[in-house]
Design a protein around this ligand. Structure first.
Ligand code: GLN
Length: 493
C-alpha cells in the first residue's frame, strides 16, 4: 500500500493555520449569507477545511489536497461575492472522487495502474463546477476503478469511517462520503455504478443522490461500466444536493448519451403533497437484513404514514436476481473498458517486459489489484463464445424484466422505498476474503442502477453502536425534483 502525497507542506497553509477558527456549515446558503454579512471570509473557511483535512489525515479520505490553489481561489471568489459577480456555487468547497478528471491534476482511480497519470482535460462536471465558482480542494480516495463497496480495494488503502475508525467508509466513493461526514469540505462528487454514492452516504450519515442514467455527463470520468455509470453529489443538506445537481445536469455534446431534457431548477423545491410510496416487501424480509436496520426502516414507514403519505407493500419477485444480473453485466462492461490499460496507451508499464505480449501481461498483472483482475476475468468469461448466451445475454433479459417491473410499480406510486444497505458499516477487513458476501451487500442499491432510475439515500438514524443508517427512495426517470423536494421535507419532519 502506497501513502499518497498529501501535498500539504511548503504552502502558505501553515501561515493560515496559526489562527484557524472552527466552522460547521451544512448549507452553502448559510456560507454565502455569512460572507455577505461580513461574518466570514472564504479564505478563513478554506483555511479551516485545510486544517481539518490535515488533522484528520488518518481517515485517508484525500489522496491529494490542492492547498495553494484553493487559497488563491478563495481570495478571488471572496471578491466576486462581495461585488456581486460570483457564480451559484461561490463559497462551496468541494472534493472530487479520484476518477473524475481535472486538467493538470493527477487522477489515479486509486490504482497503481494510473498512479502517475495527469489529466489532460477536465471532465464536464468539473468545468461546470468551476464555471459557477466552486473551489475544488482535492481528490478523494475510492475503490480501485470504483470497484468495491468498502474502499478497501484502493491501492492507497481503506478510508476510515469518522463515526468509528474501525469501520469501513463504504464505497466506492468512500473518500467522498467521509470528507463530507468529517467536515473536511462542504460537499463532494462521487460516481455511482451500483450504489457507490448512496451506500457510502448511508454508512457515513450524509446525503447521496444517483441521478437518472444520462442526466449528468460522464465525459472525463474514468469508465467502469458504461451503461450504469453516473456522477452525483454527496452533501450535508438536500439543498446543496439540489443546487449541485442543477449545475451538473444537462446535455453535453461530449457525452452522446447525455440527455437533452431541460434541467429543472431543483433548488427551488416544488410544493410537497402527500405521496404514494411503495416499499418492497422482499427487502424487509430478506435474510441478510440486519435486525436494527429492519426495525429502523419499519419505524420510518410508520413515520411516513403519520405524515400523511400512503405507504404500501409491493412484491418484487426479482430481488434474488438483481445482484447476479448486475455483476454479470458490469464485469462484462468493465472487462471491455479496462482493456485500454495495456502498458502501451496509458499508465503503468512493467519494467520486466521484453516484448509486446509480456508488456501486456506483466503491466496488467502488476498494475491492477486483485478485485479489478477478478472482475476483468469474470467479465471476459461471461462474454466468451460458448458462455455469452448463458450469462451475458440472459442477464440482459433479466435486466429488462427488472426494469419493466419497476416501471410498473412506479406507474402506481411516486417512489419506491428500501433500506439503502442491508447492514451498517462493517469492520475494516471483515468482508475482504469473501467477494460474494461483499457483492450481496449491494442488493438494494443495484435495483436503481439496473433500471437507470434516480435514487437518493438520506440519513434516518443510527444503530445502538452509533453507526449511521440510510433510507433509499427511488423515483421515476428524470423526476429528481420530486425526489429532492420530498427528501428535504422528510428530513425536516
Ligand atoms: N459495489 C458495487 C460494485 O462494486 C458498486 C460500485 C460502484 O457503484 N462504483 O460494483
Amino acid at each position: 500500500m502506497r501513502h499518497p502525497d498529501k501535498n500539504l507542506s511548503g504552502c502558505p497553509l501553515h501561515f493560515y493555520m496559526l489562527a484557524v477558527k472552527t466552522y460547521s456549515y451544512n448549507r452553502l446558503e448559510d456560507i454565502q449569507s455569512a460572507i455577505k454579512a461580513g461574518m466570514l471570509s472564504l479564505q478563513e473557511l478554506v483555511a479551516f477545511y485545510l486544517s481539518q483535512i490535515q488533522n484528520l489525515s488518518d481517515l485517508n479520505a484525500f489522496l491529494e489536497v490542492f492547498s495553494e490553489e484553493s487559497i488563491q481561489k478563495a481570495e478571488i471568489i471572496q471578491e466576486k461575492i462581495i461585488n456581486g459577480t460570483a457564480g451559484k456555487l461561490a463559497g462551496m468547497v468541494i472534493g472530487i472522487k479520484d476518477n473524475i478528471s481535472y486538467k493538470g491534476h493527477k487522477i489515479s482511480a486509486a490504482s497503481k495502474m494510473l498512479e502517475n497519470y495527469t489529466a489532460v482535460y477536465s471532465a464536464t462536471v468539473v468545468d461546470r463546477l468551476l464555471a459557477e465558482d466552486a473551489i475544488i480542494i482535492g481528490r478523494l480516495n475510492c475503490d480501485e476503478f470504483a470497484m468495491g463497496a468498502s474502499n478497501e480495494t484502493s491501492y492507497f488503502g481503506p478510508v476510515k469511517n469518522f463515526a468509528n475508525r474501525n469501520k469501513v467508509s463504504g464505497g466506492s466513493s468512500g473518500g467522498s462520503a467521509v470528507a463530507v461526514q468529517a467536515n473536511m469540505c462542504l460537499a463532494s462528487l462521487g460516481t455511482d455504478t451500483g450504489g457507490s454514492i448512496r451506500q457510502p452516504a448511508a454508512f457515513c450519515g450524509v446525503i447521496g443522490i444517483k441521478p437518472t442514467y444520462s442526466r449528468v455527463s460522464r465525459y472525463g470520468v474514468i469508465a467502469y461500466a458504461s451503461s450504469f455509470d453516473q456522477v452525483g453529489p454527496i452533501t450535508r443538506s438536500v439543498e446543496d444536493a439540489a443546487l449541485l445537481l442543477e449545475v451538473l445536469a444537462g446535455r453535453d455534446e461530449n457525452d452522446n448519451i447525455s440527455s437533452g431534457k431541460a434541467v429543472p431548477e431543483y433548488s427551488r423545491f416544488s410544493k410537497n403533497t402527500p405521496k404514494k410510496i411503495a416499499y418492497i416487501e422482499e427487502t424487509l424480509n430478506s435474510e441478510g437484513l440486519d435486525p436494527e436496520i429492519k426495525r429502523n426502516i419499519e419505524g420510518q414507514i410508520e413515520k411516513l404514514k403519520v405524515l400523511g403519505h400512503i405507504v404500501e407493500p409491493v412484491s418484487f419477485k426479482y430481488l434474488d436476481y438483481v445482484v447476479a444480473a448486475y455483476y454479470i453485466l458490469t464485469t462484462a462492461e468493465s472487462s471491455s473498458n479496462l482493456s485500454r490499460y495495456d502498458g502501451v496507451h496509458f499508465g503503468y508499464r512493467s519494467e520486466k517486459a521484453t516484448d509486446l505480449e509480456s508488456t501486456y501481461k506483466l503491466s496488467r498483472s502488476e498494475g491492477f489489484g486483485e478485485e479489478v483482475k477478478r472482475r476483468i476475468m469474470l467479465g471476459t468469461f461471461v462474454l466468451s463464445a460458448g458462455y455469452y448466451d448463458a450469462y451475458y445475454a440472459r442477464a440482459q433479459k433479466v435486466r429488462r424484466l427488472i426494469k419493466e417491473k419497476m416501471e410498473e410499480i412506479l406507474d402506481n406510486y411516486d417512489f419506491v422505498l428500501t433500506p439503502t444497505t442491508p447492514g451498517p458499516a462493517f469492520d475494516i477487513g471483515a468482508k475482504k476474503t469473501d467477494p460474494l458476501e461483499a457483492y450481496l451487500a449491494d442488493i438494494f442499491t443495484v435495483i436503481a442502477s439496473l433500471t437507470g432510475l434516480p435514487a437518493i439515500s438520506v440519513p434516518c438514524g443510527t444503530t445502538e453502536e452509533g453507526l449511521p443508517i440510510g433510507i433509499q427512495f427511488i423515483g421515476k426517470s428524470f423526476e429528481e425534483d420530486k425526489l429532492l423536494s420530498f427528501s428535504k421535507d422528510y428530513l425536516e419532519k
